[in-house]
Design a protein around this ligand. Structure first.
Ligand code: ADE
Length: 260
């Protein structure tokens, strides 16, 4: 089952450079992922190929005109089939690991990249399935946001990563259903949505510029190692991500998880 992205942008070279390297390039060579780019400047009809105009109501900046965007969308759908249409914008709901998991189940995803002050909002009202923001900061355009989304979604598809097993243990991975219901240790994490940051990782050498490695990791007791990793994941999440802390009453296992 191949995953297809259709990216709509006036800077296709940004997306093409990104998908032309590393695991994204490999995934495309193996035809697990396809990324097409469409320049909506090619769907203008004036001789200056104008994609933007001044905002109605006045104010700074320029707004992308709706006609070339919708013409590009309709042309691509007519040629290659329907798509789940996503608009990248800082004024959308946050893109997170849950959203990546949800999008990884779609066969074809359109990513619309704005520039300047954004795309005429009638596009969002009439031709877009959802808006997504990659964070509370403003980029010059949606291309880097689209690249972030493509990488996060594509790597969830089996085969893009070397080891699909490693996905389940990453920061923010959703708890596995079997673990949640059957484990004697309780839910995968006491944090909201079972989301938890990853524990620290170390490799050789055991001493680097006077910095050692937590001794428990070198002692070979796998029960103790698992307990230490859980504790450090919880400590990190508690300290760094206060919004993921469980609401009172606190789960009874929390003190034990956080204790040394
Ligand atoms: N375009 C500009 N800034 C963005 C952001 N933070 N997320 C998604 N698209 C954007």
């Amino acid at each position: 089952p191949r995953l297809e992205f259709e990216v709509f942008t006036i800077f296709p070279e940004i997306i093409e450079a990104f998908v032309g390297a590393g695991l994204m390039a490999k995934a495309q060579e193996r035809d697990l992922v396809r990324v097409h780019t469409t320049n909506f400047r090619d769907f203008t009809s004036d001789k200056h190929r104008t994609v933007d105009d001044t905002p109605f109501g006045g104010g700074a900046g320029m707004v992308i005109k709706p006609e070339p965007v919708v013409a590009a969308l309709e042309s691509v759908e007519a040629e290659r089939g329907p798509m789940h249409r996503v608009l990248l914008t800082p004024s959308g709901p946050r893109f997170d690991q849950r959203a990546a998991e949800r999008l990884a189940r779609k066969p074809r995803i359109a990513l619309l990249c704005g520039r300047y002050e954004g795309i005429d909002d009638r596009v969002r009202e009439g031709w877009v399935d959802e808006c997504l923001s990659i964070g509370d900061f403003v980029l010059n355009g949606g291309e880097v946001a689209a690249a972030v989304l493509i990488e996060a979604v594509a790597r969830l598809r089996a085969g893009v990563l070397g080891n699909p097993d490693s996905i389940a243990h990453e920061s923010f991975a959703a708890p596995e259903p079997e673990l949640e219901s059957e484990s004697e240790l309780g839910p995968a994490s006491p944090f909201l949505g079972g989301q938890v940051l990853e524990h620290p990782h170390y490799t050789r050498p055991p001493s680097f510029r006077d910095r050692g490695v937590p001794p428990v990791l070198l002692a070979g007791d796998h029960g103790k190692i698992e307990a230490w990793r859980r504790r450090l994941a919880c400590l990190r999440t508690w300290a760094l991500r206060p919004q993921l802390r469980p609401k009172p009453p606190l789960p009874p296992e929390l003190p034990r998880l956080l204790a040394a």
